[in-house]
Design a protein around this ligand. Sequence first.
Ligand SMILES: NC(=O)c1ccc[n+]([C@@H]2O[C@H](COP(=O)([O-])OP(=O)(O)OC[C@H]3O[C@@H](n4cnc5c(N)ncnc54)[C@H](OP(=O)(O)O)[C@@H]3O)[C@@H](O)[C@H]2O)c1
Length: 245
Amino acid sequence: MSENILILGATSAIARGTAAAFAARGDNIYLASRDEEELKRIAADLTVRYGVKVSYGLFDAAATDTHPAFFQAVLKEMQELNGVVLAFGLLGDQQAARDFSVAEKIITSNFTGAVSILSLCANYFEPLKRGFIIGISSVAGDRGRQSNYVYGAAKGALSIYLQGLRNRLFPSGVRVVTIKPGFVDTAMTFGLPGLFLVATPQHIGKQIVRTLSKSADVVYLPGFWRYIMLIIKHVPEVIFKRMKM
Ligand SMILES: NC(=O)c1ccc[n+]([C@@H]2O[C@H](COP(=O)([O-])OP(=O)(O)OC[C@H]3O[C@@H](n4cnc5c(N)ncnc54)[C@H](OP(=O)(O)O)[C@@H]3O)[C@@H](O)[C@H]2O)c1
């Protein structure tokens, strides 16, 4: 039976891949992001390709005071929700993030805004005793590195938040999955030096939807990133602080 899925940050390349994978299994989608024209294009494309119902609406993760009204509008349009995918995020410029005003934007776009909207989603699913929340965090949240520690700290906080939310919602039968992608070929990583083993957003999107048929709570994508991060996490700090990462 088809489900109703809300995708937050729907203009992201990974979100597009994920929306396509949900639509391919016949699900109805609500796309939410800050760019209405792009949402319209993505919605038209999904409708033509998969023949599912696709709605869309404006959503700014940083405008937390608008989130309750936004979520009510989504429920009004979809009648009910079965799942939510949180895909928005901002890598930002680590050099510029030495300035707190820039760092704050990165923290809001990856963490504070996520807590705001996911609180509403969790409070909606909990009494229904069903549903899922998929949060896209990052391997960057596993260890602080000089090249992206503001982004990494925000993603690390998001991973911990999702972990606690999973713990809270488990008795209600609501599933919370944390996705930790490695390098993915998207606008976020375009032109960055030192990328390796780069995955396509289409592949990652399909894998995100596949996690729902498995039982894992924290999923590294592609899977080999679990082992790369295991090594990185175990490098002693006395060595790690001397490394250029
Ligand atoms: N690409 C990678 O290698 C990689 C690796 C690990 C994790 N991730 C995570 O995967 C997720 C998807 O990223 P992506 O690689 O697909 O990057 P992307 O194509 O650059 O997408 C990022 C998305 O976040 C949205 N966004 C940023 N700030 C927002 C805000 N305040 N409110 C609403 N939307 C906002 C952007 O919307 P606008 O178009 O309106 O700016 C954009 O759609 C992100 O959470 C990212 O951190 C990516």
